[in-house]
Design a protein around this ligand. Sequence first.
Ligand code: PLP
Length: 426
Amino acid sequence: SDAKQPLSSLSAAQLRDYLAAQQRAYTVLQERGLALDLTRGKPSTAQLDLSDELLHLPVTVKDGDGVDCRNYGGLTGIRQIREMFADLLWVEPEQVVAGGNSSLTMMHDCLVQMLLHGAVDSARAWARDERVKFICPVPGYDRHFTMLASYGIEMIPVDMLADGPDADAIEALVATDAAIKGMWIVPTYANPSGSVISMEVASRLAAMPTAAPDFKIFWDNAYAFHHLTEQEAKGVDILSVCSGAGHPNRPIMFASTSKITYAGAGVAFLAASAENVAWYLRHQQFASIGPDKLNQLRHVQYFKTPQGVRDLMVKHREILAPKFAAVDAALTAELDGLEVATWSKPTGGYFVNLDVLDGTAGRVVALAKAAGIVLTPAGASFPGGHDPRDRNIRLAPSFPVLADVETAMAGVATCVALASAEKLAA
Ligand code: PLP
């Protein structure tokens, strides 16, 4: 492609011409009357179809231990699925609880129990403290932030870097402020940055002294197996790393098959120290007599082995990778060389992180919307929905079919070019 000049290096007359050209391109875009949606990281229909064998399972109602899965009981989830995901998550089966269909619910349950009763190492319930704060790597997952906000927990943004959250900043914060009770982290293929935590950063988070004796890492492994290339990121065994650093009760790991089988009908997992697992079950016993074991058994019979999960993820990759390539191609074709935007080229996960010129993200999203392309609201990946630089846009290409991703992203690129020209010409 023809190398473009940085927009900021154009003369006033050249910039006026460029702006006029983008305005014309935008008018053409609007006239197409598109109705496309790149907002949420949902699996596509083709991906859901991969697992439709589930609809014919289970073929028996008893699990490997002879437990009738149709009946009450078994709060930890069935042994076979705990073993399967213990293998995949590099933990021990006893450290795993297999729950319902949503890991977000398990995160929420943990948080609420900590607020109401305290964690295993708390002097008292968190809610008794005047202020509770969490460290929030940004950009991050909007639902993590809205969950904290709903309980009045203060959020302290810390930058997400290529190798995980800014450990220097986190170490300094937690060392002195006892109100900081925890942090979120999506360690592998983070939503939305795509970054993968390094062993070094993970080790620092595991070992760092914290003013709060009951500091917790909510280790959200939502994308642990969701590779987009053959270069598969290795997850950090955070339970062992924390244990080795003398903080066995610091991490609670979460994962689910929401983006492996069915997003609305998968199986969710929690993994933690024996003490944390006992704590979780002690509180959970008042909320449930047991999870949907039949769905767990169905998943065991479908996957058969941990390798069955990995094999399925390759099929997801084959559907998803071309969509991510289309995002990169559209942005590159329109914006490469202009120096008005940078974007991630994720090797896994569900998102592309697009950073535009400061102060233009809201404008890009509004332009796209007026042209029939719905993007995640600007700032959604920040606590309170507020991106202080108004530059971050989360792109979610998984759900639309490939042709729609191509069309939508060409349109998004036009909107970025127009908003950038407007800003520089102003
Ligand atoms: N965690 C992250 C980082 C996510 O991106 C998502 C879904 O987008 C979830 C958790 C939701 O997980 P679940 O479907 O298991 O509740």
